[in-house]
Every structure is written in structure tokens, then in C-alpha cells.
Design a protein around this ligand. Structure first.
Ligand SMILES: *Cc1c(COP(=O)(O)O)cnc(C)c1O
Length: 367
């Protein structure tokens, strides 16, 4: 039987042909495809302005800069995320302030976030882990009361929604990633939803060396920017993916439902929140019982031909963050989940019977 990875991109033949056309067109870096991708993403986000980047990480970094976050500013976030979430705060000169997660949702505990606000707090980065949205009503209420800027790390929640509204169609800054493992991909890439058009000019400048062009030959630079532009080759992949998003999300939901139907509750694992309204089911993650070391589970599943991912160890325990003063024991929920969480296979091309296979293998490995 073929090895079943925990995820796999689904690129159709029309998109592959479209990429060929771009490669033959004579214009392969940022150009008409990137513009078209931005327009399509803006439509998806209820008409809000959107600008593309070459990674979700670059997207977040520019989002922070546009939000006015820099030296001396504290930014509250979750330790249970891809390390990019906090790295970008350091990158702009700020200080990431971690708070624990809610063990049920595995997302930032907003009460803990509120308690962590100080006079130096400038922003908050919520992360929709596995595609399950952080409570946007509570989040935006907190941000308003405490006058915080929000840069939503929605890298995993493209296609998810909150009370019927698409993630990205409301809020302050919203950052998406189109990394190969995300729900839609451009191989590598990202997009920033802006609160309004007034941010667009500076956003474009910060994306490319700070350069502002005018007239036929005018060029000016007022502040340094990065080299963060999305290529047309990548944008063409994204344009081929976007129309398939709704089908991808439906398929992911169907597979997630099957996991809930077939998973043996006697194994002692914690299942994710069974949200079939908001979540885009970017991942299906279980928290293993303490008796089962995760490495042993991963190896056991591999022996059954099944890939298991790790998303993520609690990042405040990385050396970089320990050096900044963070310690074991500060965030018991994030630490335990970060040690025992396992990502099971879930991607649109998977067969229903693949879920059956995963559930049966898990039963044997956990026995
Ligand atoms: C993927 C991801 C990112 C970073 O996106 P890249 O496109 O890989 O730079 C940031 N935060 C989270 C939660 C992610 O999953």
C-alpha cells in the first residue's frame, strides 16, 4: 500500500498548463498574474484591499510594520504556533509576549491575553491553529477596549469563517500563507488584507526595497523595505487554486467528520473541537495520552505506511526564547499539547478509506 503523507497539495492540470504559459510569456516575476491574484483575493475578502508577498512570514512582518509596531512594543501571542508568528515580532524590534492557550480550542486564551496587556502592549497576533478561528467577537472587543492593533495570523485559516463571514473579510490586518501545505498554495507565498486603501502605497514600498515610483522615470526611497514580492509563476498557481477553495474545504470537512465517526474514543486521545461551521479543517490533530511518547507514535504509524506531522512544539521553550527569559512551566496547556499533539493525514485528494486506515493503524499503535 502507498505511503499516506499527512498532507499533499492538489494542483490540477489546467494550473500546470497555466504555469507553462507564464514561463513562456517572457514575464515570470511580479506582473499581471500577481495583480490578478490580488484582485481575486480581494474579491474573496469582501472587496478589502489585498497585497501579495513571497511568504506568509514576510506578510506578517509587513503587517506589523504597517500597524506601527516596532522597537519597545509588546505584542501578545500564543506559544502554540509555527515559530514565524513570534520571530516576526523580533524581526521588527518588538517583544513577543506569550500567554497560554485554551486547552479545548488550542488557540490563544483571550482572558490570559487581556491580563497580559501593559502600557507597552501595542498589538496582538491571534493564530487560528489547524484552521479553527479564534473568537473574533471577543478578540476585536479586546483590541478595541485596550487600543491594540491586530495582525491576524490566518496562515492556516484561509477559507474558514466566523459566524458566516469569511476570515479576511473583516477585522484589522489579516495575514495568509500559501505555503505548499496550506489549504490553497502558490508553492510559497502570502497575502495581507489591509484595513483600508490608505495603507496600500506603503505596503507596496515595504514589499520591495522601499521604492516608490512616479511618472515615467521617478524613483524615491524614504525607508528600507524587503525583497518580498510574489512571482507571476507563483501567482498563477494561486489563481488556479482559489476557485477550488470551496470544494477543498467541503472535502476536508467530510474527511474530518469521518475521523470523528471512526476514531476509537477509548484510546485516550483528545480530539479537536468538532466545528463544522467555521473551521476549514486545515489539520486534524489529536493530543496523545501521556503514556504514549509522540516519537513512538510517529514511528509506529510510519510502520503502517502513514505520515504524522508535528504542529507545533511550544515555541517559548526554544533556546532563542528561553534566552529572552521564557521558562518551562509558564504555559502548562501549551507545553503539554506541544509535547503530545500529532497531525493525522488530511488533504482533499485523500480517500474516505484512507481515514479508515489511519484510525485502524492508530488503534494498533496506541494499544
Ligand atoms: C505557515 C505559517 C506561517 C508562515 O507562512 P510561510 O508562508 O511559511 O512563511 C505563519 N504562521 C502560521 C501559523 C503558519 O502555519
Amino acid at each position: 500500500m502507498d505511503f499516506l503523507p499527512f498532507t499533499r497539495p492538489d494542483i490540477d492540470e489546467a494550473t500546470i498548463a497555466g504555469v507553462g504559459d507564464v514561463l513562456r510569456s517572457g514575464w515570470i516575476t511580479t506582473g499581471p498574474q500577481a495583480k490578478a491574484f490580488e484582485a481575486a483575493l480581494s474579491k474573496h475578502c469582501g472587496g478589502r484591499p489585498v497585497r501579495c508577498f513571497n511568504s506568509g512570514t514576510a506578510t506578517m512582518e509587513i503587517g506589523l510594520r504597517l500597524a506601527g509596531i516596532g522597537a519597545g512594543h509588546e505584542v501578545i501571542t500564543t506559544p502554540l504556533s509555527w515559530v514565524a508568528t513570534a520571530n516576526v515580532v523580533l524581526e521588527v524590534g518588538g517583544k513577543p509576549v506569550f500567554v497560554d492557550v485554551d486547552p479545548r480550542t488550542r488557540n490563544i486564551d483571550l482572558s490570559a491575553a487581556e491580563a497580559a496587556v501593559t502600557s507597552k502592549t501595542q498589538g496582538i497576533i491571534p493564530v487560528d491553529l489547524a484552521g479553527l478561528p479564534v473568537d473574533r467577537d471577543r478578540l476585536n472587543d479586546l483590541a478595541k477596549r485596550k487600543k491594540l492593533r491586530v495582525v491576524e495570523d490566518a496562515a492556516q485559516s484561509f477559507g474558514a469563517s466566523w459566524k458566516g463571514k469569511q476570515i479576511g473579510s473583516f477585522g484589522d490586518f489579516v495575514s495568509f500563507s500559501f505555503h505548499a501545505n496550506k489549504n490553497i498554495t502558490s508553492a510559497e507565498g502570502g497575502a495581507l488584507v489591509l484595513p483600508d486603501e490608505s495603507y496600500a502605497g506603503r505596503c507596496e514600498a515595504l514589499r520591495l526595497q522601499g521604492v516608490v515610483r512616479s511618472g515615467e522615470d521617478g524613483m524615491e526611497v524614504e525607508e528600507p523595505g524587503g525583497k518580498f514580492n510574489l512571482t507571476d509563476v507563483a501567482a498563477r498557481i494561486g489563481l488556479g487554486q482559489l476557485p477550488r477553495l470551496a470544494d477543498f474545504t467541503l472535502r476536508r470537512r467530510t474527511l474530518a467528520r469521518r475521523y470523528f465517526q471512526l476514531w476509537d474514543r477509548g484510546l485516550g486521545c483528545e480530539l479537536p473541537v468538532d466545528d463544522f461551521e467555521n473551521s476549514n479543517w486545515h489539520m486534524f490533530q489529536v493530543v496523545l495520552p501521556d503514556r504514549m511518547p509522540r516519537a513512538k507514535f510517529i514511528a509506529g504509524m510510519r510502520d503502517h505506511g502513514i505520515g504524522v506531522g508535528v504542529h507545533y512544539p511550544a515555541m517559548h521553550l526554544f533556546k532563542l526564547y528561553r534566552r529572552l527569559g521564557w521558562r518551562e512551566g509558564q504555559f502548562p496547556h501549551a507545553e503539554r499539547i506541544g509535547r503530545q499533539i500529532a497531525t493525522l493525514p488530511l488533504f482533499p485528494r485523500m480517500a474516505d478509506t484512507d481515514v479508515d486506515r489511519v484510525c485502524e493503524a492508530a488503534k494498533k499503535v496506541l494499544a
